[in-house]
Design a protein around this ligand. Structure first.
Ligand code: CDP
Ligand code: MG
Length: 825
């Protein structure tokens, strides 16, 4: 192993060659047989001439060939002592004693179900064990290697340095091999988990993140040609599968956190990814014991159990339901902190999302100040999906002597991430869940009670290193009677349009008979087909159309993809991909520091607020979220930023999050690349807002709504009343006809009601707020008032004649909207 990259450079006779190859063999442009390469391979020909047969034989056998793909450029990223400490730590994990047994089991079976308590080392260790055991090397079943003098056919050939040994003589050489080393892919349901686990494993292996160990999440690929351990979201693996159905570039796929039963994981299972490749190992790992279900599904695949170490956990319930669980959680945490000696253990609080976590952080900081200076230090560590990468590492840092850590986490800390040193868990009993109503086609994220299984996982987090305590902020009665046993798999409570489009593009037509582990409601499938048909992605026979094929190339929701595909017709793809990118960043574009709220708001617009209490402040945040989604605003933000040449200063001045903007720019770049792939020209239609609006309408016409006399909206297709949040101050300026991006719950209020009515919770159907009214007509002025005008309702008929009929959109004076009749079938 070379410590000094420069020295490696000098010692490696092929360095120049490799640099050249790296340049040549990018993922996208495999160019072979160029004149340039030929002349170079001729230079090296003498090395191989007499050994070609031997190399071929040796490489095909997979023996005697000691490939060192990853070592020549390994840079140690940390001091040796820290590195060795990590190696020692690895050996203390519950997984370690079973290393050899596990490797044996993987060797013996193609599909293996692995079950082990969270924190036993499944995610971080198993891929490393497999790598150490040689799974990342080219397997025996892989096709031939070519000597450098031979011309490879088009394909995934790579130039590789290999070391041949014959007796005691060994020689290094450079040949073309097919799939020289095959990475191990490990899927995670959450992006943060993929990123943080990859960071951890790269440390344990002493390599730079993104080199030998990397991660791949939507719109962010932190891997390289060298990557042998690749952590990715399950959604990314699904997308890769679309492009490469035999997953030929992997030696092992580990579907981790299978118990979470995310949509993508379930689809990957249904596709039976191991079927086409007898040499592909498929590991399914789960933290819970219902592994029999996975085993049954995979034709009785053997189950490998890693005995967990769990210390007893004392469980405390509240006597009565908590009116405000956030407050109760904070009070409980502070009580623990004040009454228990510091150094005795850290606290973990489960909350539902970023906003709640930020609020909790504020309240804790505020109250700690009030407790005076005698209190031991309390370090607050938030963790949620959008937390900036730099801050993610903080939760894993050991707590300093005399201090205590309180981790504020979403249910990402339930099984995906293990934080050492937690002794107290505070569980309010809620998490954010997607839910979908196939009848109305409405999807929403709502705060809902967790399941018993989740509650038990959460409690278990406190008993990892010693006896722990779990404080449940609900009653024992609630636990027994109101909580479901298990969380409903995502596939049964989500919009399936995206999945159906993917499956169709894989050539899977008979969706009703697709081998789902738990089938989704037939109604949801039909709804998805109906939507795709309306978007012209499918024809009447349910076959993928050219539009659908193009749409499937974009890793976006079908309506967004359709909007992009339609921008071709309206000659505004440049603007539309900016809008799509900004929408994909979500609601973290505007920055609203607590101490400069007024300035931040003024910088954006003036809107009226009453008294700025905590509650109103939160509502304002919500309002901002609503406004960020006005396409006109986000488009102006993006294009103004682009005009300043992506200036950071400009972002500061306008209270805009640089990080989000950079992410939007990245996404935009990728979308631009995809445009090329589907042969859509990048065209700008300067200031022709009508064209932009029409393109947006082409994607979002199923989401159209009309203003009612009372200020609420009524959706047109499946009539449903949706409310704009009353505090938003939007009422005066709402356009008569809108298409919206998505409907979001007014969570805060919902939650407050819900806590009082805990047992009734499942009956709660909530008021929605419109988050994207896309039709703003007049020019928008920064910091000044702005106006919105109607979408022309006849566009709906013009753009989607198969979906809307004139009578749907006629401006009748009657209050009742006519029911849609031009329903797609
Ligand atoms: O996957 P499983 O829950 O079985 O365990 P793991 O995620 O592989 O975690 C094994 C150990 O690595 C735990 O002690 C974690 O605290 C540690 N770890 C860490 O320190 N930093 C990370 N980003 C991930 C894991
Ligand atoms: Mg894990």
């Amino acid at each position: 192993r070379y410590r000094d990259p420069d020295a490696a450079e000098k010692m490696n006779p092929f360095a120049e060659q490799e640099a050249w190859e790296e340049h040549q063999i990018g993922k996208a442009n495999l160019k072979f047989g160029s004149k340039d390469r030929k002349s170079r391979s001729d230079d090296y020909q003498f090395v191989f001439e007499d050994q070609i047969e031997f190399i071929k034989a040796a490489v095909m056998d997979g023996v005697n060939v000691d490939q060192e793909p990853s070592t020549d450029s390994i840079e140690k990223t940390m001091a040796n002592s820290a590195f060795e400490k990590l190696q020692e730590d690895r050996k203390t994990l519950p997984m370690y004693p079973y290393r050899d047994d596990l490797l044996q089991a993987v060797n013996d079976h193609q599909v293996l179900v692995i079950v082990g308590e969270t924190g036993s080392g499944k995610t971080t260790q198993i891929p490393q064990y497999l790598h150490e055991a040689g799974y990342t090397k080219r397997g025996k079943a892989s096709p031939i290697a070519l000597a450098a003098s031979e011309e490879p056919q088009e394909g995934e050939y790579r130039r590789q340095n290999i070391c041949l040994s014959q007796g005691h003589v060994s020689q290094e050489m450079n040949i073309w091999v097919l799939g020289t080393f095959l990475p191990i892919g490990c899927t995670q349901p959450r992006r943060v988990a993929a990123m943080s686990v990859a960071a951890r494993v790269s440390q344990e292996m002493g390599v730079k993140l993104g080199h030998e160990v990397g991660y791949s999440i939507r719109f962010e690929d932190c891997t390289s040609e060298k990557t042998i351990l690749k952590y990715m979201t399950d959604g990314m693996l699904l997308r890769e599968f679309l492009g490469e159905p035999d997953l030929a570039s992997y030696s092992v796929i580990m579907v981790d956190e299978a118990h979470e039963r995310t949509l993508s994981t379930d689809i990957l299972f249904g596709l039976d990814i191991s079927r086409f490749r007898p040499d592909l190992k498929l590991l399914i790992s789960s933290a819970t014991l219902d592994a029999e279900k996975f085993s049954d599904y995979f034709d009785c695949a053997p189950i490998f159990k890693i005995p967990g170490r769990r210390f007893p956990v004392e469980i405390h319930y509240t006597k009565a339901p908590e009116a405000d669980y956030l407050d109760a959680a904070v009070v409980t945490a502070l009580q623990i902190h004040v009454t228990q000696p510091p150094g005795d253990g850290d606290i973990l609080i489960f909350l539902t999302g970023q906003e709640e976590i930020e609020t909790a952080e504020e309240i804790i900081k505020h109250r700690i100040k009030g407790l005076g200076t005698k209190i031991a230090e309390l370090i607050i560590c938030p963790i949620y999906a959008n937390l900036p990468t730099e801050l993610q590492a903080k939760i894993f840092e050991p707590t300093p002597e005399g201090a205590r850590k309180v981790v504020l986490a979403t249910n990402i800390a339930e099984t995906s991430l293990t934080i050492d040193g937690i002794k107290y868990v505070i569980d309010p009993g809620f998490s954010k869940m997607k839910s979908y109503n196939p009848r109305t086609g409405m999807e929403s994220l709502l705060v809902a009670p967790i399941s018993k299984a989740s509650a038990n996982q959460r409690a278990g987090r406190s008993g990892r290193t010693g006896p722990g305590k779990c404080f449940r902020l609900y009653t024992a009665y609630n636990y027994m009677n109101d909580l479901e046993d298990n969380t409903v798999p995502e596939i049964q409570r989500t919009n399936l349009a995206n999945v159906v489009l993917s499956l169709k593009s894989l050539g899977i037509h008979d969706l009703l008979n697709f081998d789902f582990m738990d089938p989704p409601p037939a109604e949801a499938l039909l709804k998805a087909l109906e939507l795709l048909f309306a978007l012209s992605a499918l024809n009447k026979l349910g076959e993928l159309t050219k539009v659908g094929r193009r749409m499937a190339e974009f890793p976006l929701d079908p309506m967004l993809s359709k909007m992009i595909v339609a921008s071709d017709k309206y000659k505004c793809s440049d603007e539309i991909i900016s809008i799509a990118a900004m929408l994909s960043v979500g609601n973290s574009i505007f920055y609203r520091p607590k101490d400069k709220q007024v300035h931040a708001d003024n910088a954006r617009m003036n809107f009226h607020v009453g008294n700025v209490g905590d509650h109103i402040a939160l509502l304002k945040v919500r309002f901002l979220m609503i406004t960020t989604l006005f396409w006109h605003i986000i488009f102006l933000v993006y294009s103004s930023w682009r005009e300043t040449n992506f200036s950071t200063q400009w972002c500061y001045e306008n209270y805009i999050q640089v990080r989000s903007m950079k992410r939007a720019r990245d996404i935009r770049d990728q979308l631009e690349g995809l445009l090329e792939r589907v042969e859509i020209e990048l065209t700008s239609n300067d200031n022709d807002y009508e064209a932009i609006k029409k393109a947006i309408t082409s994607g979002f016409f199923p989401h159209s709504a009309k203003l009612q006399k009372n200020g609420s909206y009524r959706t047109i297709k499946h009539p449903q009343t949706v409310n704009v949040h009353p505090s938003s101050g939007l009422a005066q300026v709402l356009p008569r006809w809108v298409v919206y991006h998505e409907l979001v719950l007014t969570t805060k209020e919902y939650m407050r009601q819900v806590v009082h009515l805990f047992p009734l919770i499942f009956l709660f159907l909530i008021s929605f707020s419109v988050t994207l009214a896309v039709m703003i007509h007049r020019d928008f002025n920064w910091g000044l008032s702005w106006q919105v005008t109607e979408l022309k309702p006849d566009w709906l008929v013009e753009i989607a004649p198969h979906y809307y009929q004139l009578k749907d959109v006629e401006d009748s004076s009657s209050k009742k909207m006519p029911r849609g009749t031009g329903r797609a079938s």
